[in-house]
Design a protein around this ligand. Structure first.
Ligand code: HEM
Ligand SMILES: *[C@@H]1O[C@H](CO)[C@@H](O)[C@H](O)[C@H]1NC(C)=O
Length: 339
């Protein structure tokens, strides 16, 4: 009897602790990203990033595509926290060493240039995660695509996640695995199809399509969903390994307008001219769920305005994946190492 009152007291203490935790989590969630995050602390951040990218672009037109891809690969691993940018250390494997990135992800020196310029203008203020988000929007805009107000206020993570990067979407993943990887991060089928439209710019190496050209699913034949004329052209660019092909040749992801951000990527797919298996699968893999993605491909092929609108919505959603805010993480001085 004497002990009885103790139980409710413990329960009450536990509840208080739980409530306290809920308040903390609620507080963290309330710290949201906003377009004006640097208005006072680094007012010219957008112009500064844009100027560095414009300079880089004169020597390397492909840089726009490469920077756009970096934001995607950052956000899909540990959220948009700049973890992709961390170099290898004796105790930490870099995400740059993961299959999807090694010999493929590019643009890191330009990110360094942007960071150095910003550190000069507003030291210790702009995170590397935000630099990637800004660079993605500016790159889309410079390539002729839509403009949007980038949400800002992310902070940088303290560690890379190599295993997470090994799980990045692969062009050989079945369509339903790909849509699931996006759904796991809160991105629906419309977001998925719209974000794939980023392949309206940039290049892919022959090794990413070699199986489609010569030995699809071990059949010894080409992928039957490839347009024959397109197949012939790709085979000329990407000789078989037996004929000396080393797999590093480059192909336009959008053969119609390779450096312009437009909706021709979807028209290509309609003509069986999607470069990657994962591009074409959205229309041509009914057994993997293409019945839900195919109408969206059609819609975007018919309306660039609808593609642009959905792309902007999806980019903002992707940029909002698990950001570190408030006092979480840090603002790195160099994007390659934690402070
Ligand atoms: C199903 C999901 C995706 C898969 C399987 C995929 C796969 C690939 C592959 C294999 C390459 C060529 C890499 C190389 O050969 O070095 C590539 C390039 C590219 N990807 Fe994706 N991707 C996906 C989604 C996205 C998304 C969501 C974006 C951005 C929003 C994006 C943007 C790009 C860009 C711009 C390039 C060209 C990069 C350059 O030229 O440097 N991709 N992608
Ligand atoms: C095609 O791939 C299969 C399975 O991976 C393999 O057994 C076969 O030897 C390959 N054929 C050619 C012509 O390379």
């Amino acid at each position: 009897m004497a002990r009885r009152p103790a139980m409710p007291a413990i329960a009450a203490a536990l509840c208080a602790a739980v409530l306290g935790l809920a308040a903390l989590l609620g507080g963290a969630r309330a710290q949201q990203l906003s377009p004006g995050y640097y208005d006072a602390s680094c007012p010219h951040v957008h112009d500064t990033v844009r100027r560095v990218i414009q300079e880089a672009r004169t020597a390397d037109p492909r840089i726009l595509a490469s920077l756009l891809r970096l934001h995607f690969h950052d956000c899909f691993v540990n959220g948009c926290d700049g973890s992709l940018l961390l170099d290898e250390t004796p105790t930490m494997r870099s995400e740059k060493a993961a299959d999807a990135n090694v010999g493929s992800a590019r643009g890191f020196p330009v990110v360094d240039d942007i960071k150095a310029t910003l550190e000069h203008a507003c030291p210790g203020v702009v995170s590397c995660a935000d630099i990637l988000a800004l660079a993605a929007e500016i790159s889309v805009e410079l390539a002729g695509g839509p403009y949007w107000r980038v949400m800002l206020g992310r902070r940088d993570g303290m560690a890379a996640n190599f295993d997470g990067a090994q799980n990045l979407p692969s062009p050989t993943d079945p369509l339903d695995d790909l849509t699931q990887k996006f759904a796991d991060l809160g991105l629906d089928d419309t977001d998925f199809v719209a974000l794939q439209g980023a392949h309206t710019i940039g290049r892919a190496q022959c090794q990413t399509i070699q199986d489609r050209l010569y030995n699809f699913s071990g059949t010894g034949q080409a992928d039957p969903t490839l347009d024959p004329a397109y197949l012939a052209a790709l085979r000329r660019r990407c000789p078989a390994a037996a004929a000396g092909g080393d797999g590093t040749g480059l192909n336009d992801l959008d053969p119609a307008t390779p450096d312009t951000f437009d909706n021709s990527y979807y028209a290509n797919i309609r003509c069986n001219r999607g470069l990657l298996r994962s591009d074409q699968a959205m229309l041509s893999a009914p057994e993997e769920g293409a019945e839900s993605t195919a109408p969206i491909v059609e819609r975007f092929a018919n309306s660039q305005a609808q593609f642009f609108q959905s792309f902007v919505t999806a980019m903002i959603k992707m940029g909002n994946i698990a950001p570190l805010t408030g006092s979480m993480g840090e603002v790195r001085r160099s994007c390659r190492v934690v402070n």
